[in-house]
Design a protein around this ligand. Structure first.
Ligand code: ATP
Length: 239
């Protein structure tokens, strides 16, 4: 099992307050690893630090390289990709143009791979094909999440980091989005899935970490974490 990402002893402070302290996690290639935990546990902070958007201490090894000192651009270039909680789409632009911009870093590639990738995105999310000419701002919440995910994929990332993709979505749409994530994993994508919706995240993930007040409280194969009484009581709820 090859590790794509290894984080050791990661600490991020906002001023004097540590938002995460000594966090460690590993993402094997072709697996979905989820980080669950309550509001304010430090989940977004963790993703932002891995992406290089926040100063941090510790060790981050990605694809065999130490990237702690690497700038965001270099991390993006190496295949790290973050889909933020706020989606951050180009609201006035069409679905298709949002997707094409997602592949902007590959604009110099002189073949039809971007067009093929666009088609692959429409196959993954048929709803986006139907709405390709529609402005992003007019999409439903679920469609926006699909577009944010598809736009990220257009850059052909190696590690897809998703910050609460289920936020604000109806359960049926959450299923749809997470099934798409699972199908990407089945084709070899590595995913770091941050979620407050523990039940949904654990149902697709291979391995899970529970983050509480900035530290890893529990970790294990997703199925075991889902069956842990503490997790069931606190994060999944009875019944
Ligand atoms: P949520 O699910 O609510 O987004 P989270 O687990 O992603 O929560 P973070 O957003 O990482 O948690 O926040 C972790 C802690 O750091 C919280 O106590 C939060 O208030 C604090 N925090 C986050 N961003 C900042 C900031 N820019 N300045 C100061 N404190 C911050």
């Amino acid at each position: 099992m090859t590790l794509l990402l290894k984080v050791e002893n990661l600490t991020v402070a906002y001023g004097k307050v540590e938002a995460i302290s000594g966090v460690g996690l590993a993402i094997p290639e072709g697996r979905i690893v989820t980080v669950i935990g309550p509001n304010g546990a430090g989940k977004s902070t963790l993703l932002n630090a891995v992406m290089g958007l926040l100063p941090s201490r510790g060790r981050i090894v990605y694809a065999g390289q130490e990237v702690m000192q690497a700038k965001v651009e270099a991390r993006v270039g190496a295949g790290l990709c973050l889909v933020p909680e706020k989606r951050e789409l180009f609201a006035q632009m069409s679905v298709a143009d949002n997707l094409l911009l997602g592949g902007y870093s590959r604009r110099h590639v002189r073949d039809d791979s971007r067009a093929r990738d666009l088609d692959a995105m429409y196959t993954l999310f048929p709803r986006l094909r139907e709405r390709h000419a529609q402005q992003a701002r007019t999409l439903s919440g679920g469609e926006r999440q699909m577009l944010a995910l598809a736009r990220a994929l257009m850059a052909r990332p190696k590690l897809l980091m998703l910050d609460e993709p289920s936020l604000g979505l109806a359960p049926r749409i959450v299923r749809e989005v997470l099934e798409a994530v699972a199908s990407l994993r089945d084709r070899g994508m590595s995913v770091l899935l941050v979620e407050q919706n523990a039940r949904a995240a654990l149902s697709v993930a291979d391995y899970a970490y529970v983050l509480e007040t900035g530290t890893v409280a529990l970790e294990g194969p997703a199925r075991e974490v889902a069956a842990n009484p503490r997790v069931t009581e606190t994060y999944i709820g009875v019944g």
